[in-house]
Design a protein around this ligand. Structure first.
Ligand SMILES: Cc1cc2nc3c(=O)[nH]c(=O)nc-3n(C[C@H](O)[C@H](O)[C@H](O)COP(=O)(O)OP(=O)(O)OC[C@H]3O[C@@H](n4cnc5c(N)ncnc54)[C@H](O)[C@@H]3O)c2cc1C
Length: 398
């Protein structure tokens, strides 16, 4: 490692240590305050706003520079380091009750934009990064299919090369975050169906291409404000310039992106866990039963203590993954552990919040139960908890 590389690593490690050490870090609290005051945040089940994507809020976040945070300055972004990016996402989750919006923003930053930044051609970046970070276009990332989720490389989508160098894309991609509004998608398809993972390539597909079919928005248990649907590609002809990286490099692009997503996807949820803890404490102090605040009952206080422990655990695993990423040491293990722990702690803390709030925790109008519904998807997206355990077992040599 050169001297410049080693001092850059030292700087990144110091910034992450500062983020861990200061729970009131300004990079977090300033975004939280913006989100709490500027974003509208509706989601009620049964309400006509249910499942509605808050496009105005998305644009406010873009105007504030949140989508550009990690994009290098030469591509029009803010060029922030991972510490600042995670603090920004944490602040968004802390201030914004609309976890669907926060999740979708994190998803676009960590998947579609990250693919373009790290693997895109200059032409692809010039065409799409500006509109994506400016909030004028939405990006999707498409691997899952109806018949293949965890077994990702068994997917059926193909993009076969034609004699003139173009590719013809056919396939069905499922459960795509931001799918209902996306203008462009990173799509993984087999250019050599007989070569397994080595036959997978990645393409950047504009979604006005002839033969593209967007299926209706899918309603779901939580994060109802994240637009989410299936895509079907019927003989979509792509120019050679749609290829991302080399033909056959799709699996390595996917692996490298999904590892980062796995490590950092819970950044907004860590912020949300802090908000849920603050709200549960405030409620326990003011709600009286038996002539005293319920916080005075040890049973309730211990639940709040558990929520605190769960939040701190998720936060530490998140920044532990950032340390591993910056130092280049043990990142696959840190990423899988972070994903596993983030999913478990997010659900456990949201469940405690429901219980501390009693009936108000269960009734939809107070939006406490929303935190629990929003957390459950964490068991599934970016690789299920069982898949994280498989990765950890493999890394342990089992
Ligand atoms: C909110 C949300 C957003 C999403 N966004 C996107 C997106 O933007 N783009 C995209 O491509 N996909 C997206 N997905 C899809 C997601 O990646 C898949 O749902 C996930 O990979 C699991 O695949 P599956 O649903 O087919 O479940 P399956 O793979 O069928 O798994 C079903 C069950 O079997 C278990 N299982 C499967 N294989 C194994 C194994 N080898 N060992 C042990 N247990 C196993 C799983 O853990 C799970 O419990 C999203 C999903 C959700 C919920």
């Amino acid at each position: 490692m050169s001297h410049a590389d080693s001092s850059a690593t030292d700087g990144a490690l110091a910034a992450i240590a500062a983020a861990i050490a200061d729970p009131q870090h300004p990079a977090k609290t300033e975004v939280a305050s913006f989100a709490a005051t500027e974003l509208a945040q509706g989601d009620r089940v049964g309400d006509e706003l249910a499942s509605r994507f808050a496009v105005d809020d998305w644009r406010r976040c873009a105007d504030r520079g949140l989508l550009a945070v990690m994009v290098p300055t030469e591509f029009g972004g803010a060029g922030a380091d991972w510490a600042t990016t995670l603090l920004t996402l944490e602040g968004l989750g802390l201030g914004c009750r609309d976890e669907g919006l926060a999740f979708a923003i994190g998803s676009q930053i960590l998947s579609t934009q990250e693919v373009l930044v790290r693997f895109g051609t200059n032409e692809q970046r010039d065409r799409w990064l500006g509109p994506l970070i400016g909030g004028e276009a939405f990006g999707a990332f498409c691997m899952t299919e109806p018949e293949t989720g965890s077994d990702a490389y068994a997917h059926a989508a193909t993009a076969l090369r034609n004699d003139d160098g173009t590719y013809t894309l056919n396939g069905h991609k499922a459960y795509i975050t931001l799918g209902s509004v996306a203008d462009v998608a990173v799509v993984f398809a087999k250019t050599n169906p007989d070569a397994g993972a080595w036959g997978v390539s990645a393409f950047l597909v504009p979604l006005d291409a002839p033969g593209f079919e967007r299926r209706p928005n899918r309603d779901k248990m939580g994060m109802r404000t994240t637009p989410f649907c299936d895509f079907v590609f019927h003989d979509v002809v792509l120019p050679h310039t749609a290829l991302i990286g080399r033909e056959g490099s799709g699996a390595s692009i996917f692996n490298s992106i999904i590892e980062v997503e796995r490590a950092f996807v819970f950044a907004t949820q860590v912020g949300s866990m802090e908000r849920q803890l603050n709200e549960a404490i405030a409620y326990a102090i003011t709600r009286e039963q038996g002539g005293q605040p319920i916080a005075g009952y040890q049973a309730v206080a211990h639940q709040l203590v558990d929520m605190k422990r769960q939040h701190e655990t998720a936060r530490l695993f998140l920044y532990r993954a950032a340390l591993a990423h910056a130092s280049g040491t043990d990142f696959p293990m840190a990423a899988a552990l972070g994903k596993l722990v983030g999913a478990e702690t997010g659900i456990a803390a949201a469940m405690s919040s429901v219980e501390v709030h009693g009936a108000k925790g269960y009734v939809t109008e107070f939006e406490v139960e929303r935190g629990l519904r929003d957390a459950v998807g964490g068991l599934v997206y970016s690789g299920t908890s069982a898949i994280q355990k498989n990765i950890i077992a493999r890394l342990l040599g089992l």
